[in-house]
Design a protein around this ligand. Structure first.
Ligand SMILES: [Zn+2]
Length: 348
């Protein structure tokens, strides 16, 4: 490996279409629309497959496919997306992409008629993960995993390692959702305060720090983040996290977020900031990884939609990687999770 090099991991959280992208709301229990996969992925292939890294290597994508209880309730089988989209997944694999597993802990709440992210009921969480994993067809048994809403604990990571997963891409350094309730549904998910920003083997009793002698067997690869320049920008994100019930504030709190996740289909300015940071610090200790992600429904819309994530932003952001690489003189390499694990193993 070159002395200074950035390894680019482009992930896709292959979910159903979100409400703002023409999909369904969290209050819908039945199967909803998957146009992002059906129509968005072909658009992705048409537009981006010609891209290469400076070594001539093709663009690689880690497609994280759902298998969990919500999928079971919506489609009768936790892993139905693997089966239904199997032909498409084989095609993606033929481009050199990797098929991984995207596990959400959405649990239905009858009392309020909606899904919520279960983060407290440990037996349920373990069952959801075990069942989701074992339902995945042998052909698609994953090496790489990415959780919904960036939720992990040392317990879930230990279980994923035990099941045979080698790398998790859920960590968003500094991300922390404060506890809040929405119509009675608890939604308190990520806690990655103080986590490393480079790949690490998490501690057996703390997913947020490297384990050393007490490490789990699964690698954690933190997402690329940008630094907020001022509190005004942070404030916009924080407002959504303020506790409220039935649309009314219950106990407003000020939370200062220092960093945010660089969305591959999101803001061009914030993405460039994250990109600059990784490329300018490449080679200064450890393997440099630029782990970014998008959702397939963002491929359905362009910048005229006014939506935060869209395919034009994705195009500009992918191009930005090449531009920053040239400016800093640091080459980059498109990589899959499996390949990253092999590289990390070799440097241990
Ligand atoms: Zn998701």
């Amino acid at each position: 490996m070159a002395d200074r090099e950035v390894l680019v991991l482009l992930a896709c959280d292959t979910d159903q279409d979100r409400e703002s992208f023409g999909g369904c709301s969290d209050a819908k229990r039945e199967e909803c629309s998957w146009r992002g996969v059906g129509e968005g992925i072909p658009l992705f292939n048409d537009r981006f497959r010609g891209m290469t890294d400076p070594y001539g290597g093709p663009l690689r994508v880690l497609w994280f496919i759902r298998s969990d209880e919500q999928m079971e309730e919506m489609g009768g089988d936790p892993a139905w997306p693997f089966r239904k989209f199997s032909k498409r997944l084989s095609e993606l694999e033929s481009f050199g992409d990797e098929i991984g597993w995207h596990v959400h802990l959405w649990r239905w709440n009858d009392a309020v008629g909606g899904w919520y992210a279960e983060v407290d009921d440990r037996p349920w969480i373990e069952k959801c993960i075990r069942k989701g994993y074992s339902a995945i067809p042998e052909r698609w048994r994953p090496t790489s995993v990415k959780s919904g809403w960036g939720f992990q604990t040392y317990r879930t990571l230990a279980l994923l390692g035990e099941l045979g997963l080698k790398v998790d891409l859920s960590c968003i350094p500094d991300a922390h959702n404060i506890s809040y309730t929405k119509q009675g549904l608890k939604v308190d998910v990520q806690d990655w305060r103080g986590s490393p920003t480079l790949p690490y083997l998490p501690h057996k009793k703390d997913h947020k720090k490297a384990g050393g002698e007490e490490a789990l067997s699964i690698w954690e690869v933190p997402n690329a983040t940008f630094r907020y320049k001022n509190l005004n920008v942070a404030g916009r994100f924080v407002r959504n996290m303020i506790p409220y019930r039935g649309g009314k504030l219950v106990s407003p709190r000020i939370v200062v977020k220092k960093r945010g996740s660089a969305a591959a289909g999101g803001s061009i300015e914030l993405f460039r900031r994250a990109c600059d940071e990784v490329f300018s610090s490449a080679g200064k200790g450890g393997i440099s990884v630029f782990s970014i992600y998008f959702h397939p429904d963002c491929l359905l819309v362009d910048s005229s939609s006014g939506l935060y994530e869209n395919r034009d932003n994705l195009a500009a952001n992918l191009e930005c990687i090449g531009t920053v690489s040239k400016r800093t003189g640091v080459p980059f390499r498109f990589l899959t999770g499996k390949e990253l694990v092999a590289k990390l193993g070799a440097t241990e």
